[in-house]
Design a binder for this molecule. Structure first.
Ligand SMILES: Cc1cc2nc3c(=O)[nH]c(=O)nc-3n(C[C@H](O)[C@H](O)[C@H](O)COP(=O)(O)O)c2cc1C
Length: 192
């Protein structure tokens, strides 16, 4: 058996913020299972928003050359993918949404060219982590709809979601009674 490849996208711009703290626990869970994980900080990357130029329609390949070029390959070859985002205006952050929209080329590849990314011997699974400051669960529901579309488009047929509301100040998630433990467990069970 090959070693499972695990990658994570951090969509929060806030260093050591609640989303990052959740992701760190999930990463610890993965590492406790003996695996390593590569994390991409979307806020530090140069990724242009989708231009709806149609450049990927017939090939399934995006024609924009930026940091997304490397991420396409990472997404294509990963067995486990974590997406971690704060809730902004009842949805995922702009940094996260830019990544998602640029996966339109995978949408063309899967649905127009009928060539979904094939899962390897481990299958493909996802985990979605999110933190929101308000106590309105529409933020979780809207984000979940977007992220479900993302995972299915990149041929990840199943994912689990952990969303925490009412965590607003930087580090507030540390006071949550169960969040960090649950994120750790979600990380370790993702790679079981
Ligand atoms: C631009 C912006 C929009 C926000 N919109 C929402 C929202 O719609 N719902 C919500 O629950 N929290 C909202 N928040 C609060 C953040 O989700 C909250 O502060 C969260 O803990 C940030 O996570 P981070 O520390 O990982 O950046 C918003 C914050 C910002 C900066």
């Amino acid at each position: 058996m090959t070693i499972m490849k695990v990658i994570a996208f951090l969509g929060s711009p806030r260093k050591d913020g609640n989303t990052e703290l959740l992701l760190k626990e999930a990463v610890r869970g993965i590492e406790s299972a003996g695996l390593s994980i590569k994390t991409f900080r979307l806020n530090l990357m140069n990724i242009k928003p989708c231009q709806n130029c149609g450049g990927c329609d017939e090939t399934g390949e995006c024609i924009i050359d930026d940091d997304m070029t490397g991420l396409y390959q990472e997404i294509r070859t990963a067995d486990r993918i974590i997406l971690a985002s704060p809730i902004f205006f009842f949805s995922v952050s702009a940094q996260t949404k830019i990544l998602i929209d640029r996966c339109q080329s995978f949408w063309c590849e899967k649905y127009l060219l009928k060539k979904p990314i094939s899962g390897g011997e481990h299958g493909r699974k996802g985990l979605f982590l999110m933190a929101g400051g308000m106590k309105k669960d529409i933020g979780i529901r809207c984000s979940e709809a977007t992220v479900t579309a993302f995972f299915r488009t990149i041929s990840v047929p199943e994912h689990s979601t952990l969303g925490y509301l009412g965590v607003d100040a930087k580090g507030a998630i540390l006071e949550h009674p169960t969040a960090l433990k649950e994120a750790f467990e979600a990380g370790s069970s993702l790679v079981l």
